[in-house]
Write a protein that binds this ligand. Structure first.
Ligand code: SIN
Ligand code: MN
Length: 265
C-alpha cells in the first residue's frame, strides 16, 4: 500500500491517517480469537487493570504466529517506511483490551514523550499504527486525538504512576485545553479491521469502557532503524532492543493463516 501525495499532505497537516476496513473480517477474526486466548494466559507480558481484567499484552509478535504476521504486514509496514524514507523495526507491540465494563482511562499524552524520556529515542521518527480488532464506537472507549498537536513538538509532562496500572507521561489540563481550542478533538470510529496511523507527538487519550462491548486495538510502534533507542530502562519485551529491519510478509499471508486456522475450519 503506497500513500498518495494527498495522504502524505493530510498526514503532515493533521498528524494522522485513518483507513477504515483495511483488513477483512476473516483476517481480523483469527486475531481477535488469539487475543482472547493470550489475555487468559498468565504470561508476564499481559498487564491487568486493578480489577484483574486485561489492559494490554506486550510483544505478541514474538510468541504468536498470527500476531507475528500482522507485525510484518505490508499494509502496515510499507506506508510507515515510505514516510520515513527508510526501513523500520518494531520498537513496541501491544494488544490493548479496553475490556467491557472494566477498561480504564488512558490519560492525555504523547507517545514520543515516553520513547524519548524512558527509552532515549533520538527523534520522533517512530509511529504508532493501530489496527481495530473490534468495532470502535463512540461509546466503548474510543481513541481520542487532538488534530495538529504533533506540530507542537514534545510538550511538558508529568510521570503518572498511580492512576492506572500503566505508567504514563501525561499532559496537564491547561495544555490539553489550549491544544483542543486550536485543533478540536476527534474520535475515529469504524469497523474491526480499520487502521489509524498517527505521529509520535500527536496528543491522544481514551475514556473508560463502561459498556458490554469490547474494544481491542493492536498497536505496532515502528521506528526508523537509524533512530533506534539508546537507553534500556524498560524490559526488552516492552521497548525492544532488536533493531533488525522488518522484512514484510506477502499481502495474503494473514488471510492464508486465517483460512487454515479459523475455528470454523
Ligand atoms: C495508548 O495511548 O497507547 C493506548 C490508548 C488506548 O488503547 O486506548
Ligand atoms: Mn499512547
Amino acid at each position: 500500500m503506497k500513500l498518495t501525495d494527498q495522504q502524505l499532505a493530510e498526514f503532515d497537516e493533521l498528524g494522522y491517517l485513518f483507513t477504515p476496513s483495511c483488513f477483512s473480517e476473516a483476517e481480523i477474526q483469527v486475531l481477535r480469537d488469539e487475543a482472547e486466548e493470550i489475555y487468559k494466559s498468565d504470561r508476564k507480558e499481559v498487564w491487568r487493570e486493578d480489577t484483574g481484567a486485561p489492559r494490554t499484552a506486550f510483544a505478541a509478535h514474538t510468541y504468536n504466529e498470527a500476531f507475528r504476521l500482522l507485525g510484518s504486514h505490508p499494509r502496515l509496514i510499507d506506508p510507515v517506511s515510505q514516510l520515513f524514507g527508510e526501513q523500520v523495526y518494531m520498537h513496541q507491540y501491544k494488544i490493548n483490551a479496553k475490556a467491557p465494563f472494566d477498561g480504564a482511562v488512558w490519560q492525555w499524552h504523547q507517545d514520543y514523550g515516553t520513547w524519548a524520556r524512558d527509552d532515549g529515542m533520538p527523534e520522533p521518527r517512530a509511529m504508532n499504527i493501530a489496527v481495530f480488532l473490534d468495532e470502535v464506537m463512540p461509546i466503548n472507549g474510543p481513541l481520542m486525538f487532538i488534530p495538529k498537536s504533533h506540530k507542537r513538538g514534545t510538550l511538558d509532562a508529568s510521570h503518572d504512576t498511580t492512576t492506572t496500572s500503566y505508567p504514563l507521561w501525561t499532559l496537564d489540563n491547561d495544555m490539553v485545553t489550549e491544544l483542543a481550542d486550536a485543533g478540536g478533538i476527534i474520535a475515529p470510529t469504524g469497523p474491526a479491521g480499520s487502521v489509524m496511523m498517527f505521529h509520535g507527538n500527536l496528543v491522544h487519550a481514551s475514556p473508560p469502557n463502561i459498556t458490554p462491548y469490547p474494544r481491542k486495538i493492536v498497536y505496532l510502534t515502528l521506528n526508523a532503524v537509524s533512530n533506534h533507542i539508546t537507553k534500556f530502562n524498560r524490559e526488552d519485551w516492552i521497548a525492544h532492543r532488536d533493531f533488525t529491519p522488518i522484512d514484510p510478509v506477502s499481502d495474503d499471508a494473514l488471510q492464508e493463516y486465517a483460512r487454515s486456522h479459523s475455528k470454523a475450519a
